[in-house]
Structures are given as C-alpha cells and as structure tokens.
Design a protein around this ligand. Structure first.
Ligand code: TYC
Length: 106
C-alpha cells in the first residue's frame, strides 16, 4: 500500500515527502498436527477456545487434521501466532494430551 505525504514548511510551500510505503507485517499460519491419542472433542474445544471458531467449523478443521495430518487454525502476525502455539501446547499438556501445534511462514 502507498500513502501520499505532504509536509508544510515556511509560508505555504508544500514539500512532497518521500512516499510512505506501509507494508503489512509478515503473516504466519498456525497449524494443528494429528496424533493418535488426543480426543477429537478436545481438539474441537481448542479450536473454539483459542481461535474463536464456531463448533461446526471447528469440527470440520479437526476432521481435516485427523484425515490429512495437519490443518490451518488461523493466520496471524508473528507474535500473535507464537502466543497461540504456546497457549495451545500448555493447555494440551495440562490435560495430558500430546497435541502438537506449530507455526509456519504464510
Ligand atoms: N487422531 C485423533 C483421534 O483419532 C484426533 C485428532 C485430531 C488429534 C486432530 C489431533 O490435531 C488433532 N482421536
């Protein structure tokens, strides 16, 4: 995205400043990985609780992970994605589940 900038100097002279290039931040996918032990219902709860996904959509994503091995939960700036990964892993370990959650550049 490019936004024009103009700066007013002495009297009414308008100096055109260098164009401000407003880059969106690099984005990262957060993915859940399949395993043989984490209960399906628990994965649906994780998707609802940490990714604000409704029950039906959460169930679809969980089944995709179960069948295909991995699935995207959401796409976020780096620090948000890293926090989601840590929160999901901490929550899963509290409940003694081996659920894996990773981030990757989008
Ligand atoms: N494969 C698990 C089971 O059969 C369910 C599962 C789905 C586990 C998604 C992890 O990220 C996952 N209970």
């Amino acid at each position: 995205m490019v936004r024009s900038m103009a700066t007013r100097h002495r009297e009414d002279t308008v100096v055109e400043a260098k164009k401000a290039k407003v880059k969106s931040p690099p984005m990262f996918k957060v993915l859940l990985l399949n395993d043989d032990y984490t209960p399906m219902d628990f994965v649906v709860v994780v998707l609802q609780k940490f990714f604000s996904i409704g029950r039906e959509k959460a169930t679809q994503i969980m089944l995709k992970v179960h069948r295909e091995g991995a699935g995207v939960c959401g796409v976020y700036p780096r620090d948000v994605a890293a926090t989601k990964v840590e929160q999901v892993i901490a929550f899963a370990r509290q409940h003694q589940h081996p659920l894996r959650c990773v981030m990757e550049a989008n």
